[in-house]
Write a protein that binds this ligand. Structure first.
Ligand code: NAD
Ligand code: TYD
Length: 363
């Protein structure tokens, strides 16, 4: 194998798209998917590639330093794409400790394992011996939420924007970003960090706005809109994010940070109306049939008003741009959830959590 890459959180939403892209595009790379399979991890997301010869799954917790180190050594890991995290803001408000543990201590455990294997005692793996050290990369996937909230004034988050996280989720992600940069500056670990805007697309856990609302519209259940629905998010199709990750992993400059975003801002309430129209049209329901599902509910505590990413650096330096218009991305996404009701039913019933036992028992 030319390279051996550890992708953490590969059974989650974005991670599964990254794993699929790498397994298919790089048959000469070994792709090791390390995931704890929390409620957010679903191996059914990877059903189409799980038997590929260059794919391996390891059920493990990123906080378990010994287990992470064993995986580094066993597979001779020379690249890390780190996505594993607790990712839902509402859960972080209820249970901040789990977010600090996984997002901060878990990231630290991975950084330390990479440092030990790549820098302190490179002989434990053959990375250095084979001259692959120059290619070692620890790529940490972060979020635009670390930058805090913008006003309705047209400003955008750049790579220079001061960190100002407000939720326990974004505070934990911000902390992990600082640890990654500290390992670069202190030990010379070859790191990269990207901060991306809100993703949407297939295989997203239906606690997040878009899949939750598509499923509710289909079943004519209320749509709980926080506050007045005026908050703005910058939406990017998940496959475009995966493409950016591939490019940055291979061509990004070590030590750098890149923002990734869609230049695609939507007020929640406007986006929700697009979702209602699209679901109704695809199900053959009359226009406006489900507008009355919109239900304004108590606002999320500390709800950030607006996120918007300036990804000019990534475009100028590496030539990346989003490939999909939002209308096309939403159409594809709504169609996918409507066509994959089985997937949704197994997720909402909890049956998806049995898949690991069924598939991996005895392997
Ligand atoms: P997700 O919640 O869908 O998936 C997270 C995955 O991490 C799951 O498979 C889960 O089982 C795994 N995991 C959780 N704790 C773990 C642990 N202790 N050890 C090993 N595995 C563990 O998340 P997502 O939306 O795919 O986000 C992936 C990454 O991208 C996160 O780091 C998130 O902060 C970042 N991000 C997400 C978005 C977005 O819009 N979803 C935007 C920007 C950045
Ligand atoms: P979400 O998908 O949770 O992503 P994030 O909070 O990371 O941006 O939420 C997107 C937006 O939708 C956010 O402004 C909160 C809002 N929202 C609702 O109004 N109702 C809901 O039920 C959910 C889950 C989110």
């Amino acid at each position: 194998m030319k390279r051996s890459i550890l992708i953490t959180g590969g059974a989650g939403f974005i991670g599964s798209h990254v794993v699929r892209l790498f397994v298919r595009k790089y048959p000469d790379y070994r792709i090791v998917n390390l995931d704890k399979l929390t409620y957010a991890g679903n191996l059914e997301n990877l059903r189409d590639i799980e038997n590929e010869p260059n794919y391996v799954f390891e059920k493990a917790d990123i906080c378990d330093f010994d287990e992470v180190s064993r995986i580094f050594r066993q597979y001779d890991i020379d690249g890390v794409i780190h996505l594993a995290a607790e990712s839902h803001v509402d859960r972080s408000i209820k249970d901040p400790f789990t977010f600090a543990r996984t997002n901060v201590l878990g990231t630290l455990s991975l950084l330390q394992a990479a440092k030990v294997c790549w820098l302190d005692s490179p002989s434990v793996i053959s990375t250095k011996a084979e001259g692959r050290a120059e290619k070692s990369r620890f790529y940490h996937i972060s979020t635009d939420e670390v930058y805090g909230a913008l006003e309705f004034d047209g400003t955008l988050f750049t790579e220079e924007t001061r960190y100002d996280p407000h939720s326990p989720y974004s505070a934990a992600k911000a902390s992990s970003d600082h640890f990654v940069r500290a390992f670069h500056d202190t030990y010379g670990l070859p790191t990269l960090v990207t901060n991306c805007s809100n993703n949407y697309g297939p295989y997203q856990f239906p606690e997040k706005l878009i899949p939750l609302f598509i499923n509710n519209i289909r079943h004519r259940k209320p749509l709980p809109v926080y506050g007045k629905g005026e908050n703005v998010r910058d939406w990017l199709f998940v496959e475009d994010h995966a493409r950016a990750i591939d490019l940055i992993f291979h061509e990004g400059k070590v030590g750098e940070t890149y923002n990734i975003g869609g230049f695609n801002e939507w007020k929640n309430i406007d986006l929700i109306r697009v979702l209602i129209r699209t679901v109704d049209r695809l199900l053959g329901r009359p226009e406006g049939a489900d507008d009355d599902l919109i239900t304004f509910v108590t606002d999320r505590a500390g709800h950030d008003l607006r996120y918007a990413i300036d990804s000019t650096k990534l475009k100028n330096e590496l030539g990346w741009e989003p490939s999909l218009q939002f209308e096309e991305g939403i159409e594809r996404t709504v169609r996918w959830y409507l066509d994959n009701q089985d997937w949704m039913d197994r997720v909402t019933s909890g049956d998806y959590q049995k898949y690991y036992e069924e598939m991996y028992k005895g392997r």
